[in-house]
Ligand binder design. Structure first.
Ligand code: FAD
Length: 302
């Protein structure tokens, strides 16, 4: 089921078919703040009121033209201005394929630099999401390059990839902040663990490297056993709660987000918005079979 959904996430034909169902669009709103920046800012404000920060994601990936990449850049730069004007506690997450990574690496490097420079001028930070394994090397190179020049760019490491321990050690040496996730794409066995238990074991191993190292990192998961392992490890080494944060996705385990914030941990939620929600939504469905059963039942009624 997971493989099928992740395959469909890349199929334009299925996307056009699925998006014709009103319920499909409504169901996506469980995971997406809405189609406009106003919708997203409203969600950030609500989170801030509960001591939870945000990271905004203007949805879009695999941009096909230079014009689309530069338009996305302009829109993302505008988000930093809006964050400052609204005085909300929030940074931005971006995907390099939205900014032309697959078209022209130099174009995406220039755009990433431009976005990070603008963020720096506004006292803010850019997190570069990690996409499928074909992008890993190029994404990390661009993050390292722009981080060296500006310092306000962070990376994402996926614990399902065999290469992640080496990448983590290199990023730590360079003082780059990391968001640790399990990984959301369909990957071949030659690059990624297949079994959940192996991905989880690697997550715990990498979490320990992050929490014991510098600078500030993010443990991004809804998995209570991963969260407990991080809390326990931090306690055992007397690592301050100000040294790291937990991150979760908008619409998932809100109870846990609030509980961690109440316990005094830093919590940030990833808030996607925009019209290009289809692939993001399909990845969320793929993570949990129960989401698909619920959707299928309602599509039949629609
Ligand atoms: C802030 C944040 C940023 C992320 N950025 C990236 C990125 O840049 N690149 C990338 O590849 N991946 C990213 N991910 C996704 C990540 O790789 C996982 O696919 C996702 O977080 C699910 O894994 P899990 O750690 O929650 O553990 P799992 O073992 O998958 O889930 C643990 C529990 O969480 C709940 N849960 C998890 N997913 C769902 C869902 N979709 N719907 C309902 N309940 C759910 C369920 O209760 C489940 O039992 C990000 C995740 C977070 C939280």
């Amino acid at each position: 089921m997971r493989a099928l959904l992740l395959f469909l996430a890349k199929q334009e034909g299925f996307k056009n078919f699925a998006m014709n169902f009103g319920f499909f669009r409504k169901a996506a709103l469980r995971f997406v703040a809405g189609e406009t920046l106003d919708d997203a800012i409203r969600i950030v404000r609500q989170a801030n009121q509960q001591n939870i920060t945000g990271t905004l994601d203007l949805l879009g990936e695999n941009t096909l033209t230079q014009e689309d990449a530069t338009n996305a850049c302009r829109e993302i730069i505008g988000i930093f201005d809006r964050i400052l004007a609204e005085k909300v506690h929030c940074n931005i997450s971006i995907k390099l394929t939205q900014l032309g990574l697959a078209l022209d690496r130099d174009l995406s490097r220039r755009i990433l630099f431009q976005i990070a420079k603008h963020a720096l001028d506004k006292g803010n930070f850019v997190r570069v999401d990690m996409e499928d394994s074909q992008c890993t090397q190029r994404t990390l190179e661009l993050v390292e390059d722009v981080h060296e020049k500006l310092g306000n760019v962070g990376a994402v490491i996926q614990s399902y990839l065999y290469r992640s321990e080496q990448d983590t050690l290199r990023l730590l040496e360079r003082g780059i902040g990391i968001r640790l996730v399990k990984g959301a794409y369909l990957e071949p066995e030659r690059v990624a663990f297949r079994k959940k238990k192996d991905t989880d074991a690697n997550f715990v191993k990498l979490m320990k490297l992050l929490l014991a190292g510098k600078p500030y990192h993010a443990i991004a998961t809804h998995d209570e056993s991963m969260i407990s392992a991080a809390k326990e490890f931090a306690r055992s080494l007397n690592i301050s709660r100000d040294h790291f944060e937990f991150q979760m996705l908008y619409g998932i385990r809100r109870d846990l987000q609030l509980q961690l914030a109440r316990e005094g941990y830093h919590v940030r939620i990833y808030i996607p918005y925009g019209r290009r929600w289809y692939p993001y939504f399909m990845r969320r469905l793929a993570e949990r079979p129960a989401n698909v059963t619920f959707l299928a039942r309602n599509l039949l009624k629609d």
